[in-house]
Design a protein around this ligand. Structure first.
Ligand SMILES: Cc1cc2nc3c(=O)[nH]c(=O)nc-3n(C[C@H](O)[C@H](O)[C@H](O)COP(=O)(O)O)c2cc1C
Length: 381
């Protein structure tokens, strides 16, 4: 039925559609809806405490017995960043003054924690069918424990080098994350955003380089994108931004509105919200301080100094300091419940594939008829 069923069979799902893990934006409601619809729902845990993640997983397992993906960041926690943090706070000082905030007050440290033993215990307890990582992979001991839990392991690559590295470490499938993608870039072998590759160029090169199945991500929001991903050799797609417009997405009204109005050329890769490159809709902080600043402390520390500015401006209904994560294809979003979106995407993709098949067969018939005419002319001469 699908051009390639390798991933469907590997994960035990019905549709080759993965709802991208989206830290802070998609929780149990979204995961259950997508998995119940036949896709793979993903719970991102980067912004959750162990207790919060446990509650989400309990809800998910209570509401669906379908396969799910649980996702973690696996960055190194930065050290010795005090001077950088001071510089960063100084860079933002004028905004604090303008908004009548005390820039000298202690800033709560950011809560994006990397995958650790406690989260790993949770994986063993809930045994998700798939565990995915962003920013590479955790250390070998943790990875071995995840594998023992029976989970298929995947991670994002933004280049052929990263994809090969992940395959060498034993990943079961790789997400090829193109430059169009919303949210944080999964890049981990380079920090040079200027050389990052678009989905169209990245996917076939990763497919050619690997033996394991490749999942395309970045700028895919409708059946045209999914058909294209298959044509490039991918076996499934991972879709983020399109799911942000679903009622299940837990994003602020400000973010929802910004996505609704977003044009194709209104996002940028920026490091000003967290310290790592991520794609979001351009707003005041990105415009005035970024998009890439060399003053930011390492991920995730930059977020702490931005948090009070964000909180106060959001109270006033402003998106000036809010990370409005979005990929380049937000314009293609439709407001549908997540299950309906998943099913529609699948149905429309199959319809398009059937149409292309008919076109190809008609083309073949036309070619055969033309050849027959030429042949008969030759014979009659
Ligand atoms: C709001 C948002 C949050 C994201 N958070 C995560 C995350 O926690 N973990 C992860 O692996 N990827 C995360 N991503 C990246 C997605 O996995 C995926 O690469 C991206 O959404 C695909 O591009 P698209 O948004 O154009 O569909 C996030 C993306 C968005 C839009």
């Amino acid at each position: 039925m699908w051009p390639n069923e390798r991933l469907i069979n590997l994960f035990g799902i019905e549709l080759p559609i993965i709802q991208a893990p989206m830290a802070g934006s998609a929780f149990s409601d979204m995961v259950v809806a997508v998995s119940e619809a036949g896709g793979l729902g993903s719970l991102a845990c980067a912004l959750l405490s162990v207790d919060q993640a446990r509650r989400e997983l309990e809800t998910i397992r209570r509401k669906t017995s379908r396969p799910i993906n649980v996702n973690f960041f696996c960055h190194q926690l930065p050290r010795g960043q005090d001077a950088r943090e001071m510089k960063w706070r100084r860079r933002l000082e004028a905004y604090y003054v303008q908004m009548e905030l005390d820039h000298k007050s202690a800033v709560l440290s950011s809560n994006r924690a990397p995958f650790d033993d406690k989260m790993c215990d949770l994986v063993l307890e809930f045994q998700p069918e798939v565990v995915s990582f962003h920013f590479g992979l955790p250390d070998k001991a943790l990875l071995t424990r995840v594998r023992r839990a029976g989970a298929k392991i995947i991670s994002s690559a933004t280049s052929v080098d990263e994809a090969r590295w992940l395959e060498d470490q034993g990943c079961d499938a790789i997400v090829a994350q193109g430059y169009e993608a919303g949210g944080h870039r999964g890049m981990f072998l380079t920090d040079d955003v200027s050389t990052q590759v678009g989905t169209m160029a990245l996917v076939p090169q990763v497919v050619d380089a690997l033996k394991v199945p490749v999942i395309a991500a970045g700028g895919i929001a409708d059946a045209r994108g999914i058909v294209a991903a298959f044509a490039l050799g991918a076996v499934a797609v991972q879709i983020g931004t399109a799911y942000l417009q679903c009622p299940e997405a837990q994003i602020s009204p400000i973010h929802r509105q910004a996505l609704k109005n977003a044009k194709d050329n209104e996002t940028a890769i920026t490091n000003v919200f967290t310290g790592r490159p991520a794609r979001g809709i351009v707003n005041r902080l990105i415009r005035e301080v970024g998009p890439m600043s060399n003053l930011v402390p390492e991920f995730p520390l930059a977020a702490a100094a931005v948090a009070p500015l964000r909180a106060k401006s959001e109270l006033a209904g402003s998106a000036d300091f809010t990370p409005l994560w979005s990929g380049q294809a937000a314009r293609l979003n439709r407001e549908l419940p997540a299950a309906e979106l998943t099913k529609q995407l699948a149905e429309e993709t199959l319809e398009k594939l059937r149409f292309l098949e008919v076109m190809a067969s008609q083309d073949l018939l036309a070619q055969a008829a033309a050849l027959a005419t030429v042949g008969s002319r030759r014979v009659s001469r």
